[in-house]
Design a protein around this ligand. Structure first.
Ligand SMILES: NC(=[NH2+])NCCC[C@H](N)C(=O)O
Ligand SMILES: [Mn+2]
Ligand SMILES: [Mn+2]
Length: 319
């Protein structure tokens, strides 16, 4: 049993975020409730975790804001995304500083601007491991869609174009994250502007090509080596942000932006297991589960996979 080095006790705080304003398909806001209704709390308790859950986040007034949230430049719903992510940052920071592991359930991936900000306030040296088909590193200038779920990482790094209203009212002037503490696994759909950003900032990225070439075991090892030094020397806290669309659509079909050629069921779970084994995990996001897409059986399958990824990241093993 690995030691959870940065946690005061074996406590997980569930931060359910019923929010969909970072993209344009409705239903992803019902993800958190579906995961909890599928028995997630009981499952984590049986793994020996204290589970702290006081109901999903309320996001006071967000529906009214969403209804009249005019674009700023290319950004869609900027005020809603900004106020929600600011609130999530405060919640995640509070739990992390209390020595608990915040588990954020999305909702769309724009929420990670909040979760990672919160983690980094509590653990300034933390590394970010981003599992996704997409890099979500567009800036307000490069975004082809205007959807802010494609942009959270650029804000975390403080890239050109991210010093914009309303976000600059709460994001720090000096970014909390540096490119050397970020690594991607699972990429297979990135935009032209993102490709340039990844290159220019030297951001370590393992695409599906690399997973095929080296296998998932080696890829996770290299990812940890990059953000966290060689085994034995690893001590940086890790924030794991998992977009369920990293998995192949045959495994996790109910998500807003599926891309074929993704991680298998086992590859996805292996990543979670290996990161748990480091004992360094301090926060986990499970994002982009959208149960309203497709048929009921696809939704059920995606929710079940979401729960089992979370269990693996929180220590479930076979033997
Ligand atoms: N979190 C996600 N599913 N992101 C998809 C982003 C898609 C595209 N790169 C965009 O910026 O619009
Ligand atoms: Mn994605
Ligand atoms: Mn994503």
């Amino acid at each position: 049993m690995p030691q959870d080095r940065y946690l005061k006790e074996k406590s997980v705080a569930i931060v359910g975020c019923p929010f969909s304003g970072g993209q344009r398909r409705s239903g992803v806001d019902t993800g958190p409730n579906s995961l909890v209704a599928a028995g997630l709390i009981e499952q984590l308790q049986s793994l020996g975790w204290n589970v702290d859950f006081e109901g999903h986040q309320q996001f006071e007034g967000v529906n009214a804001t969403l209804a009249q949230d005019e674009d700023i430049g290319k950004m869609k719903n900027p005020r809603s995304v900004s106020s929600v992510t600011e609130a999530v940052a405060n919640t995640v920071e509070k739990h992390a500083k209390a020595g608990k592991l915040p588990l954020t359930l999305g909702g769309d991936h724009s929420l990670a601007l909040g979760t990672v900000s919160g983690s980094l306030r509590a653990h300034p040296d933390a590394a970010l491991i981003w599992i996704d088909a997409h890099a979500d590193i567009n800036t307000p200038l490069t975004t082809p869609s205007g959807n802010l779920h494609g942009c959270p990482v650029s804000f975390l790094l403080g890239l050109d174009g991210t010093d914009v209203e309303p976000f600059n009212a709460w994001l720090p002037k000096k970014p909390l994250l540096t490119p050397d503490r970020l690594v991607y696994i699972g990429l297979r759909d990135i935009d032209e502007g993102e490709r340039k950003i990844l290159k220019e900032n030297n951001i370590k990225s393992f695409s599906m090509h690399h997973v095929d070439k080296w296998g998932i075991g080696k890829v996770v090892e290299m990812a940890l080596d990059h953000v966290n030094g060689a085994p034995g020397k690893r001590d940086r806290p890790v924030h794991l942000s998992f977009d369920v669309d990293a998995l192949d659509p045959s495994v996790a079909p109910s998500t807003g932006t599926p891309v074929r050629g993704g991680l298998t069921f086992r590859e996805g779970h292996y990543i979670c297991e290996a990161i748990y084994e480091t004992g360094l995990l301090v926060a986990l996001d499970l994002m982009e589960v959208n149960p309203s897409l497709l048929e009921d059986k696809d939704a059920k399958q995606t929710i079940a996979v979401g729960c089992s990824l979370i269990r693996s990241a929180l220590g479930e093993t076979l033997l």
